[in-house]
Design a protein around this ligand. Structure first.
Ligand SMILES: NC(=O)CCC(=O)C(=O)O
Length: 264
């Protein structure tokens, strides 16, 4: 299986509409890949909090339309990263979109863990509640977004639902790049799954982005890693390695669930 992670530079000198058109062209250039992955909130920037309300879109808004067309033009499965979604009956959400090679929407995932503690995304957006997996020929994707990477129980839920390839769009800052790499490898090792983690480059709202998108195999080996700037990271991987790793080293079968809390 061939995956291309498009590590987009999100800078303030480019309008949302120009970036949308530029990214659609980059997706079309990936014809021949099986799966293309974009980062989190690449229309606005994950830290451009003031833009969330201004640029929020209904689920089937301009980014959805443009990405559905780009997926079908390229003939690829497209994880189109996330958008600030305006739910007509509720708050904003940080929502990821996935399209089939014919441009059909196959999944929408509302980010469960919002970043910012008592500021930014954590107060401006609502929290998703639902785990999302997507069946592709040869593998099942489990989707998560950026800060979700810090919460291993979410990934165990995805594995229990059949996920073998964990796809994580992000807008991760340079300041915590070491955490990004470490956590991507940890999620791959503990879940014996591929991790495809696609971040952004550039600087927006004064926050330099880490770049360094990464693909990790179920043994924790880094198959490919991007540099700090805009780049398309392309990797070939064998999804059958998940079952082989889980069979040869069956640690997931040794999970003990429902432990008792300490007695006082
Ligand atoms: N956009 C995010 O979720 C940022 C997460 C982050 O900076 C961190 O977990 O550290």
């Amino acid at each position: 299986m061939r995956a291309s992670l498009i590590q987009i530079a999100v800078n303030e000198d480019e309008s949302v509409d120009s970036r949308r058109q530029r990214v659609a062209a980059l997706v079309r250039e990936q014809a021949g890949a099986d799966l293309v992955v974009l980062p989190e909130l690449w229309t606005t920037g994950a830290f451009a909090h003031e833009e969330f309300g201004r640029e929020a879109e209904p689920l089937e808004g301009p980014t959805y339309e443009t990405m559905a067309k780009a997926a079908s033009d390229a003939g690829v499965w497209l994880h189109a990263g996330s958008i600030p979604e305006r739910d007509p009956d509720g708050p904003l959400y940080n929502t990821s979109l996935v399209f089939s090679p014919s441009g059909e929407p196959v999944a929408a995932y509302r980010k469960i863990h919002r970043f910012g503690f008592d500021k930014g995304e954590a107060v401006l957006m609502g929290a998703g509640r639902d785990l999302v997996t997507v069946r592709l020929p040869g593998t099942t994707l489990g989707v998560a977004t950026c800060y979700d990477l810090r919460f291993p129980e979410l990934f165990r839920g995805l594995v229990d639902a059949g996920a073998e390839t964990l796809v994580i769009p992000a807008g991760w800052p340079e300041r915590r790049r070491a955490h990004w790499t470490l956590l991507a490898q940890a999620r791959a090792v503990e879940n014996q799954a591929f991790v495809l983690a696609c971040g952004t480059a550039g600087t927006h709202a004064g926050v330099p982005q880490a770049g360094h998108s990464i693909v990790v195999d179920p043994w924790g080996e880094v198959l490919a890693e991007a540099g700090p700037d805009e780049e398309v990271l392309t990797v070939d991987f064998d999804p059958a390695k998940v079952a082989a790793t889980r069979e040869q080293f069956p640690a997931l079968k040794d999970r003990v669930l429902g432990l008792e809390p300490p007695r006082r």
